[in-house]
Write a protein that binds this ligand. Sequence first.
Ligand SMILES: [Cu+2]
Length: 69
Amino acid sequence: MSTSEYQVTGMSCGHCEVAIRGEVGQIPGVDSIDVSAQTGRLVVTSTEPVDDAAILAAVDEAGYQAVRA
Ligand SMILES: [Cu+2]
């Protein structure tokens, strides 16, 4: 198990959380996603280490910006 934390900017509500969940959830190996629009915190748990770039690209695809926390 591997856990990575990111700080996301631009989320404002539950729909934003769902959008990020939807994109990040498509990355192979991702096991669970904890995301909060209120804090901007995104925690990705994966069975194998996932490339930061893949996570950041997925967040970008959802329409938000993220940095590794
Ligand atoms: Cu929203």
